[in-house]
Design a protein around this ligand. Structure first.
Ligand code: GLY
Length: 343
């Protein structure tokens, strides 16, 4: 087993990576919380596959929401919390989120506010969850835009079983690869040596270590953690405008290309690097152009409402060299002006 500890001034999270770990998760959680009841939160599709690993005693509660980003909202939170109250779940119990980023964001948020906070364990089942969403304590639900309501709540444990990816649809693997490519170009070029879904163990390990390195000193994203938002400023808006028909990874792939276009126009990125990133994304089946029904102007209107706007300026991440990125501040007007000719 590969065990990594994320230690931050705001708490600690233990991340375990092991093939076959899913079969041990129930025992591990019961051992870690001997007197707690487990509240498993997952989606209706995943419940068919994974709820057998739970319900080993009548004290375990399995709660589901419909699969898909549409479930990541306050209604789901109040419904789930209501069921937990009815079942007599207390602050000494533990929430276990089993699923992709939608579920771990939702379950982590619920755990952070239920009775002012109860223990939380994340079991990511998608590549995107394993390399990014479940690591580092970001939780939340969507309201108008993505992740408008949320908390920083480190999971006590993040339990990763790469075997679960064997049954992942290709679209989900591609989506996760979008985040992995982001890590590689914005922060950790060593990941480029393993950019193949066949090397998934190395990809997960290197991505988790990259995430931890940054988040340990900046959990609350006041500084370096913002670099993980490479491609996300436009990516979140593209994803929302598509009604979540585009996967997160596909949306941030287009977002990374818009960021590269802006960086080039500001003379901060070479044409060669921009082409290399585009080629890498396309090689992994990710889109690099805006959907026909979206425009830069509409996206920027949405971005202006997003949480990454600070005052009138938007924190915008650009990649300057392979593995090196920086934050620049641009107003919505400047963004429109520089990005308007992106296709
Ligand atoms: N997904 C970006 C972050 O966790 O900061």
């Amino acid at each position: 087993m590969n065990k990594v500890i994320l230690k931050s001034p705001h708490g600690t999270s233990e991340i375990k990576i092991e093939r076959g770990l899913m079969g041990k998760v129930n025992d591990m959680i019961h051992k870690a919380y001997p007197n707690a009841r487990l509240v498993v939160i997952t989606d209706t599709n995943l419940a068919k596959i994974y709820s057998n690993y739970f319900k080993t005693n009548s004290d375990e509660l399995v709660l589901t929401v419909p699969s898909g980003e549409e479930s990541k909202n306050l209604n789901s939170i109040t419904t789930l919390a209501g069921k937990m109250v009815e079942a007599g779940i207390h602050r000494s119990d533990v929430v276990v989120g089993i699923g992709g980023g939608m579920i771990t964001d939702l379950a982590g948020f619920l755990a952070s506010i239920y009775m002012r906070g109860i223990s939380y364990v994340a079991v990511p089942t998608s590549l995107l969850g394993m390399v990014d969403a479940a690591i580092g304590g970001k939780t939340g639900v969507n309201l108008i835009a993505k992740n408008i309501l949320g908390t920083f709540n480190l999971a006590d444990y993040v339990l990763i079983d790469p075997n679960l990816l064997k049954t992942m649809p290709e679209r989900e693997i591609k989506s996760g690869m979008g985040e992995v490519i982001k890590y590689a170009y914005a922060l950790e070029p060593k990941i480029l040596d393993d950019l193949d879904p066949l090397n998934v163990d190395a990809i997960i390990e290197k991505s988790v270590n990259t995430k931890i390195r940054i988040v340990a000193s900046d959990l609350k994203e006041s500084n370096k953690r913002k670099l993980f938002n490479y491609g996300h400023t436009f990516g979140h808006a593209i994803e929302a405008k598509s009604g979540y028909a585009l996967s997160h990874g596909a949306a941030i792939s287009i977002g990374m290309n818009i960021s590269n276009h802006i960086a080039q126009k500001l003379d901060k990125q070479s044409t060669q690097l921009s082409q290399q990133i585009k080629d890498t994304l396309e090689k992994h089946g990710l889109p690099t152009e805006l959907p026909a029904n979206q425009s830069i102007k509409d996206l920027i209107d949405l971005i202006a409402q997003d949480k990454k706007s600070s005052g009138k300026k938007i924190d915008f991440v650009i990649v300057t060299k392979i593995g090196k990125s920086e934050i620049i501040k641009l107003s919505a007007e400047e963004l429109i002006d520089i990005a308007k000719d992106f296709k």
